[in-house]
Design a protein around this ligand. Sequence first.
Ligand code: NAD
Ligand code: UD2
Length: 302
Amino acid sequence: MKALVTGGAGFIGSHIVERLLNDGHEVVVLDDFSTGHRHNLPEHSSLSIIEGDISNYDTVKQCMSGIDWVFHKAAVASVPRTVNDPVGSSLINYLGTLHLLEAARQNKVKRFVFASSAALYGDEPTLPKLETMCPVTLSPYAVDKLASESACGMYSRLYGLETVCLRYFNVYGPRQDPSSPYSGVISIFTNKLSHNEIPTIYGDGEQTRDFVFVSDVVEANMKAVTEKACSGQFFNIACANKISLNHLLKTLCELYEVELNARYEEARQGDIKHSYANIDKARTLLNWSPSIDLKEGLSRLI
Ligand code: NAD
Ligand code: UD2
């Protein structure tokens, strides 16, 4: 197959590219390198890299020629950045998706997989999170993900384009960039510990997250293009585990063989207390389940 991976130079996208190349597919990456890096991508005869912006429709159309599968990962992935620039980020996070959907429809793409987010559930207190729950959008990021999911559903129903939306919870693994204070907490903690620095926990550390290793996320993407029954659907992608930040840091300290206490600071404004997924729908319709638990994933990362 010939696959287009938008955001292919980023954390999750680059792992999807690697898997597609290993499986013998031809890959086109469209990325503007705003947060992604060329060094995340291998030199490979079946890989072409196009530097461009998904908010430019002409660029998107050029990349879509002959494409069978689209993995749409490009986005302003930082929630605070979308809060600071709701209009600019929606040109990428929503309009960019629409450009890709329309170009995919025109080019008779076989499957379109969209990277959605647990951010859709907002601070809705019910646990675990189920796909049938009403979204509570607390940020421009969540609004754009919801609007993009809605557009994917519409393209399936109205035009017959086969779309699948994957609602990632907290993804971690190699190549996650720790450089911003809003980077994924595991990338920040491992970076600190490997430099003998004290990590900061915001709040009492008893908040929980449902961490999922990036190779399991890649596998979910592969299922999304190959499983018949999942077209037009959206799925939680997580481990169905509640891991507190205190537990996370304790596990990391054991793996690094260090003893330290975190610095505790005030909880972040708008921080969600608990995030935890029901993944029965993905198990049933996507035929996917996670295979790497936290300890195994952290060991691989380290
Ligand atoms: P990332 O920042 O590493 O990757 C995003 C990629 O998109 C980068 O390579 C960036 O350069 C590219 N990009 C950004 N704007 C672009 C534009 N206008 N045109 C072309 N390319 C552009 O982030 P990630 O963690 O790999 O996230 C990938 C996707 O998964 C995103 O859509 C994100 O919203 C979603 N997601 C991630 C998580 C997580 O835990 N990492 C959780 C939920 C959803
Ligand atoms: C994640 C996603 C976000 C969105 C959201 C959905 C990332 C980077 N962000 O936000 O895009 O999809 O889920 O709900 O994947 N923390 C510390 N110390 C640190 C850094 C973080 O204590 O140095 C805490 C933070 O306050 C939070 C938890 O760790 O309680 C997880 O933070 P995060 O930024 O990794 O991810 P989250 O869940 O806020």
